[in-house]
Design a protein around this ligand. Sequence first.
Ligand code: FAD
Length: 466
Amino acid sequence: MSDSAPTIMWFRDDLRLADNPALYDAASRGPVVCLYVHDPAFPLGGAEKWWLHGALSVLDHDLRAQGGQLCIMAGDTHESISWLAGQVGAVSVVWNRRYGPHARQVDAQVKAALKARGIDAHSHPGNMLHEPWQVRTRQGTPFRVFTPWWRAVQAKGAPLPPLPAPDRPVFAVVPSVAGGRLVTPAALGLLPEHPDWAQGLRAQWQPGEGAAHARLDAFIAEQVHGYATQRELPARPATSGLSPYLRFGHVSPRQVWHAVDAAGKGDRDTACFLSEVGWRDFAHATLFDFPDMGTRNLRPEYDHMPWRHDPAALRAWQMGKTGYPIIDAGMRELWRTGWMHNRVRMVVASFLTKHLLLDWRVGAAWFADTLVDADAASNPFNWQWVAGCGLDAAPYFRIFNPVSQGEKFDPAGDYVRKWVPEIAHLPDKYIHAPWKAGPDAPRGYPAPIVDLAGGRARALAAWKTL
Ligand code: FAD
């Protein structure tokens, strides 16, 4: 501990000690105060809240192991930072950048207000492989298509190597008057209580930097080999499961990139995985350049799409009771664990926006509330991609058939049997179309809520009106 003028390290979506450029900078300037502000102006989904509780607890624990602590404040970001800066006599405040419109606006306000008081404020690149403005077309404009963007990224060479955690950082003494406004993670009320629906999340996930690296190491040891082919099969544990760790910044994309690249030495599986990590950057770069991506169609002609209003169909989709096993398995996996396999995310999103003709924003809102990796960039970006209204989107007329998608990517029905146990007894030939089983058709499992051919024809007719 030290009582000379400190720097405030303002943690946000970067809840880690290693490869944290802002923290590294703060520690090199002198004593550090570590701060997290829980601001209601940045609403979180239920699953994200559950994760954040664990994430803050682990970060506080990790800091205390080094003689520091995480100061947690609840309330308006600007007011909280200003107040704490005054209380501790901070000379500077540092953070890693965010790319959403509201976040950028708040960060700019905070920076201006601090500078006006003579307090240095500095932002760092800590959450992307490259900053959005570093990858541009020859004309200096944003890329609208992933493949040329990814080629441009690769032409830049490897992203910056990750930084170590600060070596024996010095932590500032936080005066007791400031302590009165600090809260514990429990006091933020992030955990569900009545009812406690988080049992499945607890069974599957452990937030924190240590758990992120354990998962990354296991992925490199066991799964990266074969990733390019196995990643499409939801019954296999073939993907990394790193998405919530990247979402909350327990691990940085640069750490992931360098660790996997070093292990894979450029083979096909490694290249495929790194390009997926690239999609994350591309989604954030798109949000940076098109700030209303979360609410507005990137292709304005879709503003005229005649979306339906059908609360019963939406509820059936949310609850995994559509009568289509691959859809229901995915939605139940999401509800139970806060995560869903990427292939199944695409199929359930296509079903909602095409067979049910419901607005992608309704689906994105449900994902935002239920995903532990819910992300202001990746979530709407991918919804717009599937719905056809994204920049580099799958065409609207590409409509996934949930039966053939199930047969192709879950051929033995293992994934469906795990999440839809009431049809587990069916033979493989009916597992993706249980209504065809005749007298063996399971009771208690719903009949299909929409006819596939009819829903497809309705979707195409709607699209042709644009
Ligand atoms: P891996 O296959 O191991 O990939 C490694 C990492 O690459 C992921 O952790 C993720 O950070 C990134 N990545 C992979 N695919 C994508 C992609 N298509 N777009 C952006 N990043 C990607 N991902 C989120 O992180 N948050 C979301 O809110 C989100 N919403 C989605 C909504 C829809 C409708 C769809 C189709 C996809 C969405 N994705 C989202 C992308 C993808 O489904 C998840 O990133 C992936 O399933 C996470 O599992 P993993 O970590 O095992 O992935």
